[in-house]
Design a protein around this ligand. Structure first.
Ligand SMILES: [Zn+2]
Length: 335
């Protein structure tokens, strides 16, 4: 199975927190936390569509200016999510600069900031480059089951943790993963083509099995087209398996309440998927508790850094669902 999400930490284990999730075959990425982004090439940063900020301690948010600098002058809209107070903080960061030269830009780089509240309310505001990044379209929305972003193929869920301030944990959940068994195509008299992508999308949209799907491709004498029930295609050439799940948890204190919430958001949604964790923990017991409770039975990807990592004021990044071993520590400047 080719995974849809390709996660990588932005910085080395002692650098600022930041998890970059690249999408397979798509010029798109997500970012969890906005620490120092200078290690991230601009071409990769420009793929980012949505950014999820756990809290605004400086080492989790200082990359915001770099982001604005790279995106300025481009036709781009970036969505940011953060904890209570986040919209004002985004505004203040933007208001720290003078924007008298941007009104005539041919493009309108836009930041859409949303702050989640524990009572399920979300405050949203837009900041348009051409308007000097003044807040506009301020509105209140409602969060359902902690879901900040819900798209056809995936969703991002959030949970509040205690870091002596509200600190968000996130889970990126692929809804289903559709594999195409290309070796079966020829047996059915079908050929590869863009219709296979359309087929995946139809399945993820939840089209009914009776839906007459249009399979088409370019043959030697023009376009070849066939209508086949979606249910038959699902049965004959598709394999639909549980999707990836990646949890991002950082900084919070080790309290029973935090532990319960981390376990809940990290828990594998589907039994049987093996995945790996990366993190830094004070004691193996704590690491093991999380792994066991969240259903992570493969510890081969776990690494531990430092002796006092699970104390207030230190970083603890738990990233479950990653495929290679990484860890995160701290360089200083935040807490
Ligand atoms: Zn912090």
């Amino acid at each position: 199975m080719k995974p849809l999400f390709h996660p990588a930490l932005v910085n080395d284990p002692f650098g600022d927190p930041g998890l970059y999730i690249d999408f397979l075959f798509a010029r798109r990425a997500l970012l969890f936390d906005l620490g120092d982004l200078r290690q991230l090439p601009s071409r990769k940063l420009l793929r980012v569509s949505h950014i999820f900020v756990s809290h605004t301690h400086v080492d989790h948010f200082i990359g915001f200016d770099h982001l604005v600098r790279v995106c300025l002058g481009r036709d781009k809209k970036i969505h940011l999510y953060g904890p209570p107070g986040f919209v004002d903080q985004v505004w203040h960061r933007l208001a720290a600069y003078t924007w008298n030269l941007v009104q005539n830009y041919p493009t309108d780089f836009t930041v859409v900031a949303a702050e989640a509240h524990p009572d399920g309310k979300v405050m949203v505001a837009e900041f348009h480059c051409r308007k000097g990044f003044m807040p506009e379209q301020v509105r209140a929305e409602t969060l359902h089951d902690g879901v900040l972003l819900d798209e056809q193929a995936f969703r991002v869920r959030s949970a509040f943790l205690d870091h002596r301030i509200p600190c968000l944990a996130f889970a990126l959940e692929e809804k289903n993963h559709v594999n195409i068994m290309k070796n079966r195509l020829a047996e059915l008299g079908l050929a590869v083509g863009p219709w296979l992508t359309e087929l995946k999308e139809a399945v993820l949209r939840g089209e009914p099995d009776e839906f007459q799907f249009r399979a088409w491709w370019r043959g030697e004498s023009g376009v070849v087209e066939r209508r086949i029930p979606l249910g038959e295609l699902k049965r004959e050439i598709l394999r639909i398996v549980p999707g990836q799940k990646i949890a991002y948890v950082t900084d919070c204190a080790y309290t029973p309440d935090n532990a319960e919430r981390i376990v809940a958001i990290s828990r594998r949604s589907i039994r049987g998927r093996r995945s790996r964790c990366a993190g830094s923990w004070r004691r193996p017991l704590q690491r093991g508790e999380f792994l066991r409770e969240s259903g992570e039975d493969d510890e081969s990807g776990v690494c531990r850094r430092g002796r006092d990592n699970f104390l207030p004021g230190h970083h603890h990044v738990l990233v479950s669902g990653m495929r290679r071993q990484t860890s995160a520590g701290r360089r200083g400047g935040g807490n």
